[in-house]
Design a protein around this ligand. Structure first.
Ligand code: SF4
Ligand code: SF4
Ligand code: SF4
Ligand code: FES
Length: 960
């Protein structure tokens, strides 16, 4: 196995339909118009020497190494900045060119440390390669004069001290002595990432790369790694490479964090991962990354990793390490005992969006075929279940409509309840690029998120609505569209159910839905709502992107349908640049829903009550299946508290931390007789477990993840599972121990079964994924290479279905006791409940959850920045530090839930979406006061954490 090296064309691939034909070194080549001479040459396999060019960046033309000769043109133009033209005759090699290139390289090398043999980039350095490529054999100039290698003395001359390195970033080092000032890092930060953290400070000879006022950590840098990726030398280098040396071989796999689903090359030495390099051919990320996928994978080998199965009779007992056989047979006999005593319905399972499609499919199969009930639910319940309901009802399928690259064709982008720069950073970079090119932007969010204003980005309208009023706002936008005659009538006539449209149009046109009337609920000035509606409806391609700020409400499903109404009414579904796009939370939320892990649906969103569908599964699985829908997570916990639900298998989820109203969740867990946890760490839920089955991190998994654009990506096993078993094998063994036979030799065989049973996956196989890299479902006979855009000629359900979306205010109200509204979210460097990111160096950016509060609310309570404050709701109270922030609006406070010790979900309530039970995380009435102590719950939890840590440390082979 070798390192995977992608071709670098030097300048970006152009996609024009017009082509030009030219001759390069006597060979004819035809390329899309706009292609550079350098890229045209590379498409013939001719590598023109280069330093400042790379194909992720627009050409810059500063190094003068890529000179060529062109017949009929004077001089030696730079091939990176010269577009190929019809009839051009280009020479890339001549005595003259050779002499010029040597001269350029001699100057570079004379100002560069000659320590190649001990340099971290040795073997992977473009400067070294170019010196070889141009045949440089001697350098006539020394270091005596001014140079960029050594620091200057007071008299301005170089001394013997190397320039100081910047080691402030925990993952990479900046060594200025190796910098050739090619500007690639600065351009990567601007063009690819869109953060503008770097600059070239100084002029002429004194030009230097500079990050912010102090260093990388103190700058605006978000540690995405694009500059490190772009740097041709060892100037910006991953610390792991500095420490361990260059990797030897690599495998392409998929990030385990968010729903963008970025592809990475895991670059290794033996079985040690040295670095994760974003993969250019990865269609979701096209070579870009964020700090989590690029750098925060060290948790896979963290000393807290659990690698041995354990059991205990009571949750107060110490854990006892046992063999796999004993753990599995104990779990199976407990489930059988419970079912014999309390009935078939008394057990169930929860699948995880961190697991592969194949793992999730097997767990839901185990529930239906071995438990013989439908008590299976997924963590998508608490994030995007309203997306499934809302989009299926209106459009006919439970998924987003576009591929990510569609945003490059959007003219107006409407972001609702999403914070892409923190939650979906690689997609945010695509979005920001399109906005810098001129797309208009509307942001509907209670907070002034970064997309409202950041370098070279400014929203045309920020609609700072009060939490819980999404439906009122969307109805008001719809009202303007209808009453101001902005409907796309021909689209609606041709594509949508007209009766439903007319009912909806009459409904939103009612005065109570006008921007002026709804201002009392939303708090958004009516004039802004009117202007935003006009812009979305008439500004060209209008694309909606949304997140959990839409779904995690008591009217989450209604909001999704209200967005669909708006998009259909304005003709904004069914082509590039438009659509309704959920930004999915976890890496495989889409997949875990697709795989049938809801209690009412088989894979492909088909109801368990549908006889013909059930018969297909019964034939394939060889058992009769239950036609009654099963229990949702919330029902399981309620019934556990009531004493009728007694056994739970949880794969890869930490419901004690992630689900709302922690006290209720833990009461439910504590009431069960057998809780089986399969995870890589002893998480919060494991405190209530009787059996612990060690899981596998994404680096140990083999399978597929499906991202937010329905793209099925391969996850490849980079290292053997630390526990000795794949998770899918464990599920098979548990099913067998329960008396139901399952047999697969490889996850590819599980995918074959998924394809046989699921129409939208009918054409998916590992062979196809090997050939195409990835496919977007539906992938079947009609669409053998997948479906980037949905609903192109007609909606999946036939006619688009407008739905009446009446605004019903949540029961969670502010009042004298709890006068503020709390809303929750994520931060870039941490992820979900933090189980992974807290075990990396990402704590450098965010080592505790804080409470953002507006200066007005802080001042009226005597709260200063950094004070410990108590945050109380009717569910409970916690304490955390206050951060005074003008991003907040008065009356609204905000926190994240990444740290178990904070216990943010102790205070969230058990209100939930009327259709799907998705919890209302985004609206909790609270009061904030200064305090000098943590809450009782936190104190108890700190205590238990210490105990858990001791257990983990006592185990002999908790991996280093
Ligand atoms: S790591 Fe990313 S954000 Fe930071 S300086 Fe480099 S390109 Fe910019
Ligand atoms: S740090 Fe690297 S990419 Fe940036 S200017 Fe220096 S050599 Fe070029
Ligand atoms: S954007 Fe999401 S999928 Fe991509 S690297 Fe970051 S966390 Fe991973
Ligand atoms: S690669 Fe063309 S000028 Fe540097």
């Amino acid at each position: 196995m070798a390192l995977i090296k992608e071709i670098d064309y030097g300048t970006p691939i152009r996609l024009s339909e017009k082509t030009v034909t030219l001759s390069i070194d006597g060979q004819s080549v035809t390329v899309p118009a706009g292609t550079s001479v350098m890229a045209a040459a590379m498409s013939l396999g001719t590598k023109i020497p280069k330093l400042c060019a790379t194909d992720s960046l627009e050409p810059f033309g500063s190094c003068r190494l890529c000179l060529v000769e062109i017949e009929g043109r004077r001089g030696t133009p730079a091939s990176c900045t010269t577009p190929a033209e019809d009839g051009m005759v280009v020479r890339t090699q001549s005595e003259n060119l050779s002499g010029l290139r040597k001269g350029v390289m001699e100057l570079y090398i004379s100002d560069h440390p000659l320590d190649c043999l001990t340099c971290s980039a040795n073997g992977d350095c473009e400067l070294q390669d170019m010196a070889g490529a141009v045949g440089l054999r001697e350098v006539r100039y020394g270091y005596e004069g001014e140079n960029h290698v050594f620091a200057k003395t007071a008299d301005g001359l170089a001394n013997e001290n190397w320039l100081a390195k910047d080691t402030s970033n925990p993952y990479f080092t900046y060594d200025p002595s190796k910098c050739i000032v090619c500007n690639r890092c600065v351009r990567a930060c601007e063009e690819v990432q869109g953060t503008f953290a770097l600059t070239i400070a100084g002029r002429g000879f004194d030009s230097r790369v500079a990050a912010g006022p102090t260093d990388f950590l103190g700058s605006e840098c978000v540690s995405c790694g694009a500059c490190v990726q772009a740097c041709p030398t060892a100037t910006l280098m991953e610390n792991k490479v500095i420490e361990h040396g260059q990797p030897e071989h690599s495998k392409v796999t998929t990030c385990a964090y968010c729903g963008v689903g970025c592809s990475f090359k895991a670059e290794m030495q033996g079985d040690r991962v040295i670095r994760m390099v974003p993969y250019k051919d990865g269609k979701a990320n096209e070579g870009h990354s964020c700090v989590k996928g690029r750098f925060a994978w060290g948790y896979a080998n963290h000393r807290d990793r659990m690698t041995k199965p354990m059991i205990r009779a009571r949750i107060t007992d110490p854990w006892r390490e046992v063999s796999w056989e004993e753990a599995i047979s104990h779990a199976a006999s407990e489930f059988k005992r419970i079912q014999a005593r309390y009935g078939r319905e008394s057990v169930g399972a929860i699948t995880s969006s961190r697991c592969t499609n194949e793992e999730v499919f097997l767990v839901q199969k185990l529930v239906r075929a071995a438990f013989r009930n439908n008590n299976v639910d997924t963590c998508a319940r608490v994030c995007h279940s309203p997306t499934g309901y809302g989009l299926k009802t209106t459009l006919g399928t439970s998924a987003g409509t576009q591929d990510f690259k569609s945003v490059a064709k959007a003219d107006v982008i409407l972001i609702i309840g999403a914070n892409p720069t923190d939650g979906h950073p690689v997609f945010a970079s695509r979005m920001k690029k399109r906005i810098r090119e001129g797309a208009r932007l509307i942001v509907a969010d209670p907070r002034r998120i970064d997309m409202v204003k950041s370098p070279h980005i400014k929203a045309d309208y920020h609609l700072p609505l009060r939490p819980g009023t999404n439906v009122a706002l969307l109805n008001a936008l719809g009202h303007v569209v209808v009453t101001e005659g902005l409907i796309d009538e021909s689209y609606v006539r041709e594509r949508c159910d007209l009766d439903a449209f007319e009912q909806w149009a009459r409904f939103v046109a009612r005065e109570e839905n006008s921007p002026e009337a709804s201002e009392q609920y939303t708090g958004v000035p009516a004039a802004d709502v009117r202007a935003a509606a006009r812009l979305y409806a008439t500004g060209g391609n209008g694309a909606i992107y949304y997140g959990l700020g839409v779904t995690e409400h008591s009217q989450g499903s209604t909001t999704v349908m209200a967005m669909a109404n708006l998009a259909m009414a304005t003709g904004n579904i069914g082509r590039d640049g438009v659509g309704i796009n959920p930004l999915r939370g976890q890496n495989n939320v889409q997949g875990s829903c697709d795989m049938g892990s809801f209690p009412h649906e088989f894979s492909g969103y088909r109801h368990v009550a549908d006889d013909s569908t059930r018969q297909v599964f019964e034939m394939m699985w060889g058992v009769p299946l239950d036609p009654e829908q099963g229990l949702r997570i919330t029902n399981m916990l309620d019934e556990a508290v009531d004493g009728t639900f007694k056994g739970l298998y949880v794969q890869g989820e930490d419901i004690a931390q992630s689900d709302p109203n922690t006290k209720h969740v833990t009461a439910g867990l504590a009431a069960m007789e057998c809780v089986v946890i399969q995870d890589i760490f002893l998480n919060e839920t494991a405190k209530y477990a009787h059996v612990f089955l060690p899981g596998a991190s994404f680096l140990e998994k083999d399978g597929t993840f499906t991202n937010a654009e329905r793209r099925i990506n391969r996850v490849r096993q980079v290292m053997a599972p630390l526990s000795g078993k794949d998770e899918w094998q464990v599920t098979i063994e548990l099913a067998r121990a329960l008396g139901y036979e399952m047999s697969y030799a490889h996850p590819g065989e599980i995918m074959d079964e998924i394809a046989r049973l699921t129409p939208s996956f009918a054409g998916v196989s590992y062979d196809k994924l090997e050939k195409l890299g990835s496919v977007q479902w539906p992938c079947n006979e009609k669409a053998p290479t997948g479906t980037p855009l949905m609903h192109v000629d007609r909606f999946v359900r036939g006619k688009g279905q407008f739905m009446i979306t009446e605004f019903i205010a949540t029961d969670e109200r502010t009042g004298p006791r709890f006068p503020l509204l709390l809303t929750t979210g994520r931060i870039l460097s941490q992820y979900n409940v933090g189980a992974q990111t807290r075990r990396t160096e990402n704590g450098a950016w965010h080592d505790e959850d804080v409470l953002e509060i507006h200066p007005f609310d802080a001042e009226s309570r005597g709260i200063r920045d950094g004070d410990l404050v108590s945050l109380a709701s009717r569910s409970g109270d916690i304490a955390l530090r206050a951060e005074i922030s003008e991003r907040m609006q008065p009356g609204v406070v905000y926190t994240t839930f990444h740290h178990a010790k904070t216990g943010a979900n102790v205070i969230t309530t058990d209100y939930s979406d009327w259709a799907t039970n998705c919890p209302e995380y985004k609206v909790t009435a609270v009061e904030v006061r200064r305090t000098n102590h943590y809450s009782q719950w936190q104190e108890k939890n700190f205590e238990e954490d210490v105990t858990l840590r001791r257990i983990a440390e006592r185990l002999p082979d908790a991996a280093e």
